[in-house]
Design a protein around this ligand. Structure first.
Ligand SMILES: Nc1ncnc2c1ncn2[C@@H]1O[C@H](COP(=O)(O)OP(=O)(O)OP(=O)(O)O)[C@@H](O)[C@H]1O
Ligand SMILES: [Mg+2]
Length: 261
């Protein structure tokens, strides 16, 4: 269980560029929740994920995970329990290291890389075979030479090889070609359901947000303006969602990127 209370994040405070990216935001993430998060550009989605992973520290508010206050814990410390995938497939792995070296580091979760044992190599092969992308035959290939889709699939395995308490996905398929995006999304769904992960996934695709997970959250100007459970969202169409956005924000989404995907 993760309890987010009154989180406020202000960039460039006191300057002409001051921006309140999170505005007194509170949220309970229950164990096993698979939350799809949508919202217009600049509504604070990535900032929330970064505050959860510790990449950003908030000025106000608190984050409690399983009863422990982690508000001021470093990103490095939180990385033991919180996985974070980004839009850029190049962001989550070391390009000059091989596939198996990246996996070995992820399995150990930091520290020095030592000799990879045969039983670990066998486990890596099994996990990669399950992706059905041929990665199991590329254990010694440098990750930098893989395609974006392969690299993002590998990053997903790296982030779930030790079950994280929370998996954060920030538009992790948006930079991929449609086929690879569909594949990585399918692998995501499988990983979340097989391992019973708690997951917060940002997407600009409203249909995906309606189809996946047990909860849908919409952000606007640093606040949560909609929080729907599975039964509520199952009945909705994309058009209903747009209408709900309009009525809760008094704004129009017509020109927003959300509608174009
Ligand atoms: N490091 C930063 N410095 C200054 N302002 C920032 C920084 N990061 C984000 N912002 C601002 O905070 C607001 C929220 O940004 P954020 O990236 O969280 O939005 P988002 O909902 O993820 O948008 P998108 O859908 O475009 O990814 C925006 O106005 C953005 O310009
Ligand atoms: Mg973002």
């Amino acid at each position: 269980m993760i309890q987010v209370r009154h989180l406020t994040k202000i960039f460039n405070e006191g300057s002409i560029d001051e921006k309140k990216a999170l505005d007194d935001l509170s949220l309970d993430i229950r164990d096993g929740d698979f939350i799809c998060m949508i919202g217009a550009n600049g509504s604070g989605k990535s900032t929330l994920l970064k505050c959860l992973s510790g990449a950003l520290i908030c000025e106000e508010g608190s984050i409690v995970m399983d009863g422990k206050d982690i508000t001021l814990d470093s990103q490095h410390k939180r990385a033991h329990e919180i996985g974070h995938l980004f839009q850029d497939p190049m962001a989550g792995s070391a390009p000059h290291m091989s596939v198996e070296e990246n996996l070995a580091l992820a399995a150990k979760n930091g520290g020095w890389l030592s000799f990879i044992k045969e039983k670990d190599r066998k486990q890596f092969k099994e996990k990669l075979s399950a992706l059905d992308m041929g990665l199991e035959d590329k254990l010694s290939v440098p990750v930098g030479s893989l395609s974006g889709g392969m690299r993002q699939a590998l990053t997903l395995v790296m982030n779930t090889i030790r079950k994280p308490k929370l998996l954060l996905l920030d538009e992790h398929t948006a930079a991929l070609d449609p086929q690879s995006a569909a594949k990585v999304l399918e692998l995501t769904e499988k990983a979340v359901s097989d391992k019973k992960l708690t997951c917060l996934m940002v997407t600009h695709n409203m249909q995906t947000a309606l189809d996946l997970g047990n909860r849908l959250i919409m952000m606007h100007e640093g606040k949560i303006v909609l929080d729907l459970n599975k039964e509520e969202k199952e009945k909705l169409t994309v058009e209903d969602l747009i209408a709900m956005f309009r009525s809760s924000t008094k704004k129009d989404l017509q020109n927003d990127r959300m509608l174009l995907l």
